[in-house]
Design a protein around this ligand. Structure first.
Ligand code: COA
Length: 260
């Protein structure tokens, strides 16, 4: 497997993963999906990693979609396997148990928007364009896009983006609730670094409990979701970080969370 398809950099608890096919606008072929899946699995297992930043190499694209030249050759069975590979990656990111920030530095189209939507926070440059243009290729979203977009932005926006296939601006994506923040392109690094540093200092087990509550709650009935939240709430009382956080407040000092 060519690990250079995804580069990794770990510093101060922040693991930056960069999809690295800039000459193809970071399009996701099978090998890149596998490299990303492996990189995220390793980030999940590495105790030093407190937060992941996911981005694309070059100034032009986050990820311009699934690899069209590869898809052009697939049989129906291979197409299903390709979809399952992408969906497995998206599920891994969504359920990573550590916050993942999508640094959307340019085009986030098709599989690129699906990838960004599997992340927990999305920060976009004002120059970015987002969309689900599969319909223009006689395709449909296959890495969970029709479902995550529906849950993020509702039926009207999902049908508009998927049926018409036209890219939208970062500011429209923010208005629709698809991205959290839009910043000038030259301020993207600073803002993402600021958010990542904040999350890297936060209590990891409490972060994980929040991520799990939102993930589970999005997929089951309110009654079960509320019970799950209470259980998670109870569990954080078993952490040293909860004692530290509350003590630090009472002692009017900054907490130091150890992830215990
Ligand atoms: N799959 C495979 N290759 C892709 C790709 C994709 N999704 N998106 C871009 N590329 C490749 C182009 O084929 C081109 O390769 P080449 O230089 O070997 O010919 C290279 O990346 C640069 O793209 P190009 O189209 O020349 O850049 P542009 O600035 O003119 O246009 C886009 C940018 C994003 C508008 C255009 O590349 C595009 O529409 N891409 C496809 C988006 C899409 O439909 N994604 C969903 C796929 S399901």
């Amino acid at each position: 497997m060519d690990l250079d398809l995804v580069t990794r950099h770990l510093e101060d608890g922040i693991c930056t993963l960069t999809v690295n096919r800039p000459d193809k606008l970071n399009a996701l072929n099978q090998q890149t999906l596998q490299a990303l899946d492996q990189a995220f699995a390793e980030a999940a297992a590495d105790q030093r990693v407190r937060v992941v930043v996911l981005t694309g190499a070059g100034a032009k694209a986050f990820v311009a979609g699934a690899d069209i030249s590869q898809m052009n050759q697939l049989t129906p069975v291979q197409g299903r396997d390709f979809s399952l590979l992408g969906q497995q990656l998206m599920r891994r990111i969504e359920g990573l148990g550590k916050p993942v920030i999508a640094r959307i530095n340019g085009f986030a189209l098709g599989g690129g928007l699906e990838l960004a939507m599997a992340c927990h926070l999305r920060i976009a440059a004002d120059t970015a364009k987002l969309g689900q243009p599969e319909i223009n290729l006689g395709l449909i979203p296959g890495f969970g896009g029709s479902q995550r977009l529906l849950r993020l932005a509702g039926r009207a926006a999902t049908l508009e983006l998927c049926l018409l296939g036209a890219p939208i601006s970062a500011s429209r994506a923010q208005a629709l609730g698809i991205v959290n923040e839009v910043v000038p392109a030259d301020a993207l690094d600073a803002r993402v670094a600021e958010l990542a540093a904040q999350l890297a200092k936060a209590a990891p087990l409490a972060l994980r409990a929040i991520l799990d509550c939102v993930l589970v709650g999005g997929e089951c009935a309110l009654e079960q979701a509320l019970q799950f939240e209470s259980t998670q709430f109870g569990l954080v009382f078993a952490t040293a970080d909860m004692r530290e956080g509350t003590a630090a407040f009472l002692e009017r000092r900054q907490p130091e969370f150890a992830g215990q």
